[in-house]
Design a protein around this ligand. Structure first.
Ligand code: SF4
Length: 570
């Protein structure tokens, strides 16, 4: 259910992984997840391996609520993945908390997913999964992997579905060791990544499709490196080409840490190196910083890295024709931390440039009042602030703080009536009356989704004595739902899908309203040649989305789809 008091697209998820010989990976993962908390607050979890067993711990709530010193001390091992969740497919329940775990009879594996598959229902149907076998798109991927590991290949799992041929490994990029030839498990089986060869044929004894509880010690004693080998890697090479949509994945079994980025690279995923010699994967670069890892590079769209005792190898599991970089443009506008680096750019700087370009594009109208009143540029905390600084610098209008945000308030509850919703906004944001009174305000915000919070902020500012309120938005109107991992609600809930800019201005009660153009937004990011997803702004969906895609697609397959159909490419 959307938080009506937070008028932003819901966050995606945060993923983290550490391969850190000699270090306590659980503590690194805790710090990494803590740095990624903004990407998901519904649940948190981690899987930790000591090379013999895989231990899973996850629960509903914030990272600091789920884990404490006592728990972390029991999660011993040098290898871990972690996840913070905001639900986009599958409801917000313990079962859907991640990492997802599957017991494959040799220690099992765990998976954390950021993004949203667009062919979830099709894959589940083709694999013959009955309702309830899997509850989310991430659960589905884990199930397909488990079945691939337990069978001779995915052909038996997705019967009749043509598999995309895997592609050869590409040259290794800086910071990554050359890829050795993977060792086939069965004589005569294909080398993973070879074009159109037969499937890898792992020899796990697990029952196909057997559901597994995520629990400590699921691997059981007696499992070791020789038992696990590359089953998970081979299964990924089989399953990944069948997945469509957005997926940045971290996975681990008892010996390997694996990171995957979908062929469009909708969601970020980066690689870091620990000074002690280990490796780290994270959704955003600040999670590398907090664990003392040096940024190596972002994973390429369509890249898979496998990290184990032999080093770090880069594989390309997708056909080259599917690889088309389309990083979510809203990562720059709102989702990512300001200290994150995406496409080699620090996000804070891109937001400042968005404000500068907005000042050129839509300046404050000349004051016709006599005597002229003072003006001030202010940002809506937090992501509107650097853009407001940029607007002020370019326009010459003084910057000031007009709203104080309560930094200790968590997710607000849905208030049952308008009065209580107003109070909810006041709990989060309080105006600085002396700074605001009598001034013509330029208020800079990142986006307007439903318009609920913007309307109440305008009312707060007017009650605090603002002479005029001129709203400036650092993104174009948000008109189309996101199907790639952000929770925006249906098209009917999106203000700009239903009202013109003039009508939105009147609805919000502002004196003027302007949105940054798409050209200026892309120019502000200043990454020449880089590809972006702009679907929620343009309706141009890079990956086709099915008409009936909705959050509960696997939980209530017979229910009518609550979202009207956005047309692929339209
Ligand atoms: S539709 Fe919008 S929010 Fe979703 S991935 Fe594309 S740019 Fe990002």
């Amino acid at each position: 259910m959307p938080d009506l008091l937070d008028d932003h697209p819901g966050e995606a998820c945060g993923v983290f992984g550490a391969y850190a010989p000699g270090l306590a990976a659980a503590y690194l993962t805790f710090d990494g997840l803590f740095a990624l908390q903004h990407r998901g607050q519904e649940s948190a979890g981690m899987a930790v391996s000591d090379g013999r067993q895989l231990w899973i711990d996850k629960d509903m709530g914030l990272v600091s609520h789920v884990f404490n010193d006592y728990k972390l001390a029991t999660l011993q091992g040098h290898l871990a993945i972690g996840h913070t969740r905001y639900s986009t497919t599958g409801s917000s329940t313990w079962r859907n908390a991640q990492p997802v775990y599957r017991d494959t009879g040799n220690g099992g594996f765990a998976l954390g997913h950021n993004g949203n598959l667009t062919n979830t229902a099709t894959l589940a149907e083709e694999a013959g999964m009955l309702p309830g076998v899997v509850a989310s798109d991430s659960d589905l991927v884990a199930e397909l992997l488990a079945r691939a590991m337990a069978s001779a290949g995915l052909e038996g799992v997705l019967e009749g579905r043509p598999l995309h041929p895997a592609t050869p490994n590409l040259p290794t990029l800086p910071g990554i060791a050359p890829p050795p030839r993977p060792r086939p498990r069965v004589p005569g089986a294909a080398t993973p990544g070879s074009p159109a060869g037969p499937s890898c044929s792992p020899t796990s004894g697990a029952s196909p499709g057997a559901p597994a509880e995520a629990r400590p010690g699921a691997g059981g004693p007696g499992t070791g490196p020789e038992a696990v080998d590359r089953d998970l890697e081979c299964a990924l090479l089989e399953v990944l080409p069948c997945l469509e949509g957005a997926f940045s994945l971290v996975l681990c079994d008892v010996n390997h840490l694996i990171g995957v980025r979908d062929p469009n690279g909708f969601r970020p995923l980066c690689l870091g190196r620990l000074e002690e010699g280990g490796w780290v994967l994270a959704s955003e670069t600040p999670a590398l910083d907090v664990v003392g890892a040096h940024f190596v590079r972002e994973l390429d769209p369509g890249e898979m890295v496998v990290i184990d005792a032999g080093g770090c190898r880069s594989l390309r599991p997708f056909p080259p024709g599917r690889v088309e970089p389309r990083l979510c443009l809203f990562e720059f506008v709102y989702f990512a931390r300001p200290d994150s680096r995406l496409y080699g750019r620090e996000v804070q700087g891109t937001r400042t440039r968005m404000g500068e370009l907005l000042a050129e594009q839509a300046p404050l109208p000349v004051d016709t009042h006599a005597p002229a009143r003072p003006a001030m540029v202010m940002g809506v905390p937090d992501s509107g602030v650097p853009a407001a600084e940029g607007f002020a610098r370019r326009s010459g209008i003084p910057y000031g703080q007009g709203l104080v945000k309560n930094r200790y308030i968590g997710r607000t509850f849905i208030a049952p009536d308008q009065h209580k919703r107003d109070l909810g906004v006041r709990r989060k944001l309080n105006p600085l009356r002396d700074a605001i009174a009598g001034k013509r305000l330029v208020v800079v915000d990142d986006s307007i989704v439903r318009g609920t919070t913007s309307k109440q902020i305008v009312r707060l500012l007017r009650e605090a004595g603002a002479a005029e309120v001129h709203l400036r938005i650092i993104s174009p109107p948000y008109r189309w739902p996101c199907f790639y991992g952000m929770d925006t609600g249906s098209r009917g809930e999106l203000l700009a899908a239903n009202l013109s800019v003039g009508e939105i201005r009147d609805f919000l009660g502002v004196d003027s309203l302007a949105y940054l153009t798409l050209d200026n937004l892309v120019a502000a990011v200043d990454a020449p040649g880089a590809g972006f997803c702009t679907a929620c702004l343009t309706g141009d969906y890079p990956v086709e989305v099915p008409v009936a895609l909705h959050k509960g697609v696997l939980e209530a397959p017979a229910a009518p789809a609550p979202r009207p159909a956005p047309v692929a490419g339209g």
